[in-house]
Design a protein around this ligand. Structure first.
Ligand code: ADP
Ligand code: MG
Length: 383
């Protein structure tokens, strides 16, 4: 059953009437632009066709009562008594969004409803941002304030940073809020300006989950970040976003070998990400695939955030004739890769890559062919 039907039916079973609103917000995959966000650079995600759904109706007592089908849990909280939970669980995403929206001055009304989704949880496809933006939509439906996608993204990012204690950039929330059908969203992480470009006609995006999860990621992440900041300081610039590849190559001998590699990844990745917009506008799937392949090599060899499993699944993908290009996606050290493939071959490609990867590594992968979908929206409103 689709999550849309699940939440609708469960709502009816629970409350003995149809839901007043049904909302959804998608997960995401980043096509290119990795480890660029904290360097004030560019990222280029698309919203996937898997989402978190909520069926709900308003309440008049300033309370939220939510049933999570996926967590098999039912919980409530009072909007006037928001408490940071001792342990982060699914409800913390709802209390966090409520807290953040109120901090920003939104007057909120309570609601009750049913939550479920088909974004794989904890796979790096941002089921967390999907839940946050779905919650923001739920509050918007019953409270009646205006929906501004960028503003909602910022509010949800703040919830994740300051309420849940997860140090994430703006990408996940922005794409879940502002995704466009069949298009990817280029985000300038400095100005937060966005623009879109079409996915090449006849090409499909396949997400390849290695089945491995990142370990030690926090310390590695902090180290990369510090190296990038040190390189920027050396060049006397605010962030690595502010130097072009040509100038960098001329001055590269000034840096020690490790910093050279780290900075080269970020600077070249920003250029690739901007080139990706051009080739997408030109409808050139082969050129986009090539940029993705180069991105992976840079992440693997210069930034050193790939893993044996990620390299293996990317190699399996690139070995297929139908593949334009593949790369690791997300922070690295495990999780998912993303491939651009001929749309007609996407099913056969997925089966072949899954079999070859499993034979090579013994890991159980999961593959998802995904269209680019719309961002958070109200799908149904009664009356
Ligand atoms: P991801 O990479 O999927 O974003 P996170 O660890 O950041 O992984 O977020 C996963 C958490 O978000 C889950 O542990 C759960 O608390 C919450 N969550 C995500 N999707 C759902 C859902 N459909 N129902 C309930 N909670 C969810
Ligand atoms: Mg997350």
């Amino acid at each position: 059953m689709t999550p849309a039907n699940k939440v609708r039916q469960q709502f009816f079973a629970e409350f003995k009437e149809e839901a007043a609103f049904i909302v959804r917000a998608p997960g995401r995959v980043n096509l290119i632009g990795e480890h660029t966000d904290y360097n004030d650079g560019f990222v280029f995600p698309m919203a996937i066709d898997r989402a978190t759904w909520i069926a709900l109706r308003p309440r008049d007592d300033n309370k939220v009562f939510a049933i999570s089908i996926d967590m098999d849990d039912r919980r409530d909280f009072a909007l006037d008594d928001l408490r940071r939970p001792a342990e982060v669980d699914w409800l913390a995403y709802l209390t966090g969004v409520a807290w953040s929206l109120r901090e920003r001055g939104y007057a909120l009304r309570g609601w009750e409803g049913v939550v479920s989704g088909d974004v794989p949880i904890g796979s790096g496809l941002s089921s967390s941002a999907a839940l946050e933006l779905a919650a923001a939509r739920a509050f918007q439906c019953v409270s009646g304030f205006e929906w501004d996608a960028a503003e909602m993204a910022l509010a949800c990012q703040r919830a994740e940073n300051n309420w849940l204690g997860v140090n994430c950039g703006i990408m996940d929330q922005m794409i879940s809020a502002a995704g466009i059908e069949d298009r990817a969203l280029l985000i300038d992480c400095r100005s937060l300006e966005t623009s879109t470009a079409p996915l090449p006609a006849g090409a499909a995006v396949v997400i390849l989950d290695t089945g491995t999860r990142r370990g030690l990621v926090d310390s590695e992440y902090n180290e990369r970040r510090a190296q990038c900041e040190a390189a920027a300081r050396h060049f006397g610039i605010a962030a690595l976003r502010d130097i072009d590849l040509e100038t960098f190559e001329r001055r590269v001998h000034e840096l020690d070998p490790l910093m050279r590699k780290r900075a080269r990844h970020v600077i070249s990745e920003n250029e690739r990400t901007l080139q990706a917009r051009e080739v997408m506008d030109a409808g050139d799937a082969a050129a986009l695939g090539k940029l993705m392949i180069e991105s992976h090599i840079s992440l693997r060899d210069d930034f050193e955030v790939s893993s044996a499993a990620l390299d293996a699944i990317v190699d399996c993908a690139n070995a297929e004739a139908a593949c334009y290009g593949a790369r690791m996606t997300g922070a690295g050290f495990g999780g998912c890769a993303v491939a651009l493939v001929e749309a007609d071959e996407a099913g056969a490609f997925s089966e072949q890559v899954a079999a070859n990867y499993q034979a090579a590594t013994g890991n159980q992968p999961a593959l998802y062919v995904s269209k680019a979908s719309r961002g958070a929206e109200t799908v149904f409103a009664a009356g």
